[in-house]
Design a protein. Structure first.
Length: 293
């Protein structure tokens, strides 16, 4: 295989990452609150159909169905013993769809608690948790590791270091920022420049933001400017939600249209974001419009 490295590829061409998995699985019959990792084992065709829909939409980075796939998260469902098997499987399923000019992005989300001193978990314990998941994703055929939706820079950096310890594959790292008093910060209060720098310093090859709390499309544009400035020419990524969420009859809805997300993609690219994808509320229709943009 002579695929260029992901970091090199995204410096010289526009790459589109995929969009939300959970909402797509719910459309395919998954119950809210169900363990999505279980679907790698029991509904592999459904997982592959979501990957295929994003691939058909023009996404070259296909993210494994392994958010919530750490032992600590699976243990909430009494399924911790499945950690290695289901992560390997998640990477294998994406690999069956991605094709020769795409990349399998091994997805790692938050471990579900706080590090010391807010929680009981030490950095060493957390690194072991992440290493177990990441090793299995690599064994299953991941081409890169994505440490995402992180609100604590310390947790993100432990995740990046865990990945660097078990593999030479590139590591992508993204924060979920929120806006408070007119400034973008992580939930822990860290500002963008400091958070982005910490992620690169920990060894991430590509750094940026995904998801976010109540961010509007205009907010993502402002956030992108700060990320690009902090990255100083290094590769960046942004996976916004389909606008800010609204509650309608107790249901969370994201209203941005594919056209609005395509316009946002155009702006993010013009600002220098290397990889654009989608998070909550985005669908293959959004990603098709975005990858065209
Ligand atoms: Zn999200």
């Amino acid at each position: 295989m002579n695929k260029p490295s992901l970091a090199d590829a995204c410096l010289c061409s526009a790459l589109t990452c995929d969009g939300a998995m959970g909402t797509q699985l719910i459309q395919r019959g998954m119950q809210i609150g169900e363990c999505g990792m279980r679907w790698n084992d029991e509904q592999p065709d459904a997982i592959k159909s979501v990957h295929q829909a994003y691939r058909d939409a023009g996404c070259r980075l296909i993210t494994t169905n392994s958010f919530g796939g750490t032992r600590s998260m699976l243990e909430r469902h009494g399924l911790g013993a499945k950690t290695a098997d289901w992560n390997r499987l998640a990477a294998k399923l994406a690999g069956e769809v991605v094709g020769p000019d795409g990349w399998v992005i091994g997805d790692v989300g938050p471990f579900g608690d706080f590090l010391e001193p807010l929680g009981d978990t030490t950095a060493a314990e957390l690194e072991a948790i992440f290493r177990e998941q990441i090793s299995a994703l690599v064994e299953g055929g991941a081409d890169a590791i994505l440490v995402e939706t992180m609100s604590d820079p310390s947790e993100l950096c432990v995740g990046v270091r865990a990945a660097r310890a078990v593999t030479d594959l590139p590591v992508i790292a993204t924060y979920a920022f929120q806006k408070s008093a007119g400034q973008f910060r992580t939930m822990m209060g860290t500002q963008v420049a400091e958070a982005i720098t910490a992620a690169f310093d920990a060894g991430a090859a590509i750094v940026g933001a995904n998801c976010g709390t109540d961010l509007s499309l205009a907010d993502y544009v402002e956030l992108a400017k700060e990320i690009v400035a902090a990255a100083g020419g290094r590769p960046t990524i942004m996976q916004p939600n389909a606008g800010a969420p609204h509650q309608i009859n107790g249901e969370i809805r994201y209203d941005a249209t594919p056209e609005e997300m395509a316009a946002l993609t155009h702006t993010l690219r013009a600002l220098g974001i290397s990889i654009v994808g989608g998070c909550c509320g985005t669908s293959p229709a959004h990603l098709a419009a975005m990858s065209k943009a």
